[in-house]
Design a protein around this ligand. Structure first.
Ligand code: HEM
Ligand SMILES: *[C@@H]1O[C@H](CO)[C@@H](O)[C@H](O)[C@H]1NC(C)=O
Ligand SMILES: *[C@@H]1O[C@H](CO)[C@@H](O)[C@H](O)[C@H]1NC(C)=O
Length: 332
């Protein structure tokens, strides 16, 4: 009798502990990071990254889009641990080689350049994952005048696995419900998902990411009816059915170089390029959020900045976890 009771008690305690540690680890997702983490150990860390980004973006504005996307792809796969920056090796296919990243992900050379400068002035101090988080922030400032402080202190992971990309990154074919679920798995809300999708107000997509909408929507409709007719016609000219080359198209047809809320305005005109874009306004689940972002640009910018910080704290490594990589493309 006694034995059974104490066993039950133990189970209860264990269960409570589990729940508690679960709560702590979710809430604590952002708390181990802090703004100005390198103030003492490498005071010029953030300005060196900013200079590298400014230089690169003034030569090629598309790099801003590349760096913001790279931070997203880092954070959704194994957390923001710089795993997206690691090269494949003879016995490991890394995230970088996945079709979601290769060949479209761009801006790696900016991270490498900032890292080289930082290793020269404060070796072994600034993680690659932090450099990427800073670079995404600096890109948002260049491309949209969006300003926010980045909590830092991330450490770099030592593994990068091809299949993790398939498991975690949302493909462009998803509908609103699937997108909400995908982001919820990373602790991000429905509104954060809709708001972060506004990153598609800059940058480009390859034709291969959306041509199903033009040529093979379903058995009875070759073309997605939620796509504006004229827009679809111009996309077909740009992306012919049988084309050897995979061309690129601006994600936001209204203000393609400016990180702003015009992406959501484009959705009102049925000019969302990806299925995952147009669904945000078409689906009753998210349409109110998308309309709000279309109508209130400064509210969207503020929410975007906050959501970037939240995304940047997904499953981060801190303290003694991981390492500070010496080169961002290889583990130490
Ligand atoms: C909501 C789910 C999302 C899906 C399904 C998605 C999918 C895609 C796809 C298919 C492309 C085009 C890739 C290509 O063909 O070249 C793209 C580009 C891009 N994505 Fe997303 N994305 C999502 C969310 C995000 C988020 C949260 C961000 C950042 C906060 C982001 C930032 C970007 C940027 C900036 C580009 C343009 C990249 C460039 O021009 O180099 N995306 N996305
Ligand atoms: C194809 O899509 C259209 C428009 O959404 C829809 O009305 C139709 O029922 C679909 N047909 C099939 C065979 O799924
Ligand atoms: C955006 O607007 C909503 C609704 O008006 C408000 O609750 C929210 O605080 C605003 N968010 C930001 C970050 O300004």
């Amino acid at each position: 009798m006694m034995k059974v009771k104490s066993l039950k008690c133990m189970e209860l305690v264990l269960c409570c502990c589990l729940i508690l540690s679960c709560i702590v680890s979710t809430i604590g997702a952002s708390s181990p990071l802090k703004v100005g983490y390198y103030r003492k150990s490498c005071p010029r860390a953030e300005s060196i990254v900013r200079n590298a980004v400014t230089k690169a973006v003034s030569q090629n504005p598309g790099i801003a889009a590349g760096l913001i996307r790279m931070h997203f792809h880092d954070c959704f796969v194994r957390g923001c641990d710089g795993s997206v920056l690691l090269d494949s090796t003879s016995n490991n296919l890394a995230e970088k080689s996945h079709p979601a990243n290769n060949p479209s992900l761009r801006g790696f050379e900016v991270i490498d350049e900032a890292k080289a400068k930082l290793e020269a002035i404060c070796p072994n101090k600034v993680s690659c994952s932090d450099i990427l988080a800073f670079a995404a922030r600096d890109s948002a400032l260049r491309a949209g005048g969006i300003k926010y402080a980045v909590p830092s202190g991330r450490r770099d992971g030592t593994e990068s696995v091809f299949d993790d990309v398939t498991q975690n990154l949302p493909p462009p074919s998803l509908n609103a419900e699937q997108l909400v679920q995908n982001f919820a798995r990373k602790g991000l809300s429905l509104d954060e998902m809709v708001t972060l999708s506004g990153a598609h107000s800059i940058g480009v997509s390859h034709c291969s990411s959306f041509t199903d909408r033009l040529y093979k929507f379903n058995a009875t409709h070759p073309q997605d009816p939620s796509l504006d007719r004229k827009y679809a016609a111009s996309l077909k000219r740009r992306c012919p059915k049988s084309s050897a080359q995979d061309r690129t198209v601006n994600l936001d047809s209204l203000t393609p170089q400016r990180l702003d809320n015009q992406y959501y305005v484009g959705l009102k005109y049925n000019r969302g390029l990806l299925t995952s874009d147009q669904t945000l306004l078409t689906s009753p689940l998210t349409s109110k959020n998308a309309w709000n972002n279309a109508n209130y640009g400064s509210n969207w910018s503020a929410k975007f900045a906050a959501a970037m910080v939240r995304m940047g704290s997904i499953e981060v490594l801190t303290g003694k976890q991981g390492e500070i990589r010496r080169m961002c493309s290889v583990v130490n």
